[in-house]
Design a binder for this molecule. Structure first.
Ligand code: IPE
Ligand code: IPE
Ligand code: MG
Length: 254
């Protein structure tokens, strides 16, 4: 026990950076509500705290040399929540993107939004366009925020696009391959997903990146999102580095 604690205490950025890092990390940001409840605060306070953490973790990822970070902020199913909570969640990114813009520029981070943008409030749609335009030439890392995103919806839209190309004769059905499907997904252009993290104890995917996670390593932790900070993230990376990724082949070590 003592030994284990000691090892944990020794994890630092430099050590982790010596090992192989994932190029693309995705996080299901879960547990904001429970984090707030456990402190006697309203759920919205958890979302506020969670958003501040997205900023801190994005900068950390960029500093570590991770090329892409994709975070799940609002799912196509989250509209089922109470109106007041949904309203708050639609307002939060507007304020947040404004506060955040200078730091994104300073840290050379490009922001991209995936999801059904057309169903977002107009003010948020406008802000999304603005922040993507502002940061479009940044090259250190792509931060993708999934807002009103559902993976089944994404796959459905890809199928519709391919279906219409087939119907108008632009491609033949046997020309449909994995590459073509990937090119029609909202994540087109991002590196393959290496590591998927879900915070707050739930061990499910909740309609996130179903196609993209084909060979991702999965990491579940009980820590709620607002408490998932640098030490917890480094621990996830150390775990990732200890995994033996075989991609269906055989381990080199055996
Ligand atoms: C994640 O935290 C944020 C969103 C899904 C918007 P939750 O709001 O799901 O927090 P819990 O799971 O209720 O604790
Ligand atoms: C998943 O969290 C969606 C996001 C983090 C945006 P939920 O809290 O909505 O997931 P379920 O309902 O527990 O599956
Ligand atoms: Mg939740």
């Amino acid at each position: 026990m003592f030994f284990k604690k000691k090892i944990k205490a020794l994890i630092n950025r430099e050590e982790v950076m010596k090992g192989q890092l994932p190029k693309h990390v995705a996080i299901i940001l879960d547990g904001n509500g429970r984090w707030a409840k456990s402190r006697g605060l309203p759920r919205t306070a958890g979302h506020q705290e969670g958003s501040v953490n997205v900023k801190a973790m994005s900068i950390l990822c960029a500093d570590l040399g991770i090329k892409a970070l994709t975070v799940y902020a609002f799912s196509t199913e989250n509209w089922k929540r109470p109106v007041e909570e949904v309203k708050f969640l639609m307002k939060l990114p507007i304020r947040f993107f404004d506060e955040w813009a200078p730091e994104l520029m300073e840290n050379n981070i490009r922001m991209k939004i995936i999801g059904n943008e057309g169903e977002l409030p107009l003010e948020l749609q406008e802000k999304v366009r603005e922040i993507q335009e502002l940061t479009k030439n940044n090259t250190k890392m792509v931060l993708t925020i999934a807002l009103n995103y559902g993976s089944q919806d994404e796959i459905k839209q890809a199928m519709q696009a391919i279906g219409s190309d087939v119907a108008n004769g632009a491609i033949a059905p046997d020309e449909i391959d994995e590459k073509l499907i990937e090119s029609k997904l909202m994540t087109a252009g991002l590196p393959p997903l290496d590591l998927l993290i879900r915070t707050s104890g739930e061990e499910r995917i909740s309609n996130f990146l179903l196609w993209q996670m084909a060979y991702a390593e999965l990491y579940f932790t009980r820590t709620p999102w607002p408490d998932f900070k640098e030490p917890q993230f480094l621990e996830a990376l150390v775990q990732y580095q200890s995994r033996n990724r075989r991609f269906g082949g055989l381990s080199e070590k055996k």
